[in-house]
Design a protein around this ligand. Sequence first.
Ligand SMILES: *Cc1c(COP(=O)(O)O)cnc(C)c1O
Length: 405
Amino acid sequence: MTQADIKLATHLIHHPYQAPAAFEGPQPAVHKASTVFFENVQAMRERRWLDKSSYTYGLHGTPTTYTLEERLATLEGGLQCLLVPSGLAAIATTSLALLKTGDEVLVPDNVYGPNKTITEGELAHFGITHQYYDPMSVEDLAAKITPATKLVWLEAPGSVTMEFPNLVEQVRLCRDKGITTVLDNTWGAGLAFNAFDLLGDGTLGVDVTAHALTKYPSGGGDVLMGSIITRKQPLHMRIKLCHMRLGLGVSGNDAEAVLRSLPSIGLRYHAQDRAARQLAQWLATQSAVVQVLHPAMPEAPGHAHWKQLCARNGEGVAAGLFSVVIDERFDQAAVDRFCDSLQLFKIGYSWGGPVSLVVPYELAEMRSRATPHIKPGTVVRFAIGLEEVSDLQADMAQALAQAFA
Ligand SMILES: *Cc1c(COP(=O)(O)O)cnc(C)c1O
């Protein structure tokens, strides 16, 4: 067929123009596809699905997703990365890929809440048992390990109450027992410490990280995505095969949004860290606040472990996230009034975006173990955005006065 023979509709689809290949700008291009074309049938038959040497189908990767995967692996000190549609999908996929009927998984009691939900739901339905361990006691973790234990979840610090565990000894214990470790690395984000090289000498690290890219890598509060990062190819392949069978993929536009935010992740993380510490220190002086839960504060649970890992020199590194305990003399209604009175802080889950957020929590509903290291009262968590810190402090001051006067 010649160009003259074909009709307009066909012409618009099979147009002869090819843009010159040499185009370079600051950002990688957005490639979007379900179908990927092969040169001929033989090329289709020979195309490899399991590595990144080529392309087979949009679900299994595009130049955009490959590029993001490589940059995220570098961010966290890993070698292989898989993208999934949310942080929770990173958690679920890792557990489903590495556990089977009869296995047991150990989960810290202060883990990100929905990790418990899938552990008690789908994993239990598949005959995978679990135990919740005390994140602040390596002895308790050691005591809970049995021959059935195949996976240990780790989180540093824990969700909401922010206890920083002895990650080095937890990982050493699991490694010595030959148990795979997976760290929810959302808080550290690859910036506070290197999960794959905890001691800085290449001798000790976790096996897998799960990261909610929804938080700092996105930085916008407008993308949901997760990553699963490893340093060992066989472990990566086990997870990748499960990932393929489950049909998990991410959109090119969302991948591009994360690629666009990634260059500023360090600047944002450190700015939010500085602002959070300033506000946490100020809140510690307020009479309604009986405890500040921020791992960089000397009295916080696990502060020494934070220091060992995240502050080898200088003032150290932390995320812009902390909680406070409001004195038990104030009831839930007063705490709700405090949150409702905040004007710059919005009420909402997640973190890592430009807008500061607040959420009150009912701790008793979230923990299966007692929390004697947390003072009685109501826990309120703050995620610090990118607003001027003086404005945030003024907002907190007026809300404290309104609710607890
Ligand atoms: C937000 C979060 C997740 C889940 O991420 P989503 O993308 O919201 O599903 C997992 N772990 C931690 C620690 C988180 O903060």
